[in-house]
Design a protein around this ligand. Sequence first.
Ligand SMILES: [Zn+2]
Length: 164
Amino acid sequence: MTAVVAEEGLAAAIGGPPPPALVVVARPAGRRGRADLDADDVLDALDRAGPGAVVLARTPAADRGARLLPALAALVGREVVRLPDDAGAAARIVAIAVAVAPPPNAPARHLQALAGAPPLPALRPGVLARWARCAWRPCDRCGGGGLPGASCGRCGSGVAAAAP
Ligand SMILES: [Zn+2]
């Protein structure tokens, strides 16, 4: 089972205690929203999650207080999947990722595709993940990929539309 890492603000939307596949970076809520992430907390979480873990994070532009997570994850060689800017959409993808527990081979692929997907009908998480894995196409710019015609789940550039 591959662990996924997310910050507490998004993970809290799942509700209840974190499932075993989810490693949460602590982020206390204060009067002015969630605090900025602490570098020690981020590194602790990455360490606990292990070398094969996939990190789910919004871009620094969307969530400045969480910018240490994708930055440090990339520095220590973890795969980072870019979540949508919208917090609700991002939390939904975290929930799906945890529900399907990414497979050890190419764990990031269906998450990269899901991250670029438009709001989908209420499919079961397993069905969504299967669909996303089938729809995934490699990115021309990096080793990641995503849905044809949508943003790459790793670098954010456009993924080529499917060949005619
Ligand atoms: Zn890319």
